[in-house]
Ligand binder design. Sequence first.
Ligand code: NI
Length: 136
Amino acid sequence: MKVTVSRKAYFNAAHRLYIKQWSDEKNLNIFGKCSNPNFHGHNYEIIVHVKGKVDELTGMVIDLKYLKQIIKHEIEDLLDHKNLNLEIKYFKEVVPTAENICIFIWNTLRKKIDKNKHLSVTLFETPRNFVKYSGN
Ligand code: NI
């Protein structure tokens, strides 16, 4: 029997969505307010879902203490109160959209979670706008 275990976490971060080669006007047309040259912040919320077999002995899919710990160390400690464009190496080359932040989080956590468990990450940029990545 497979069950999905989920854990929520939060971080605040600033970003700017823009393509270097484009004018401010074109960036504004494509990215809207998120292209503000002076940056702006979001209260991001993530939900990490781990699906796998319930261990017969422990009754657990994954130790939630461990899941909590890796989300804190690998994601919150790295991204919370940061300017994603300026302070996170990955986003020097990659536009920090919700999509790309979600992929980044998934790739980071994937390395820390048992390969026989399925991982997906949901990232809320606002209460109404959210994305989900499950690999591929
Ligand atoms: Ni934004």
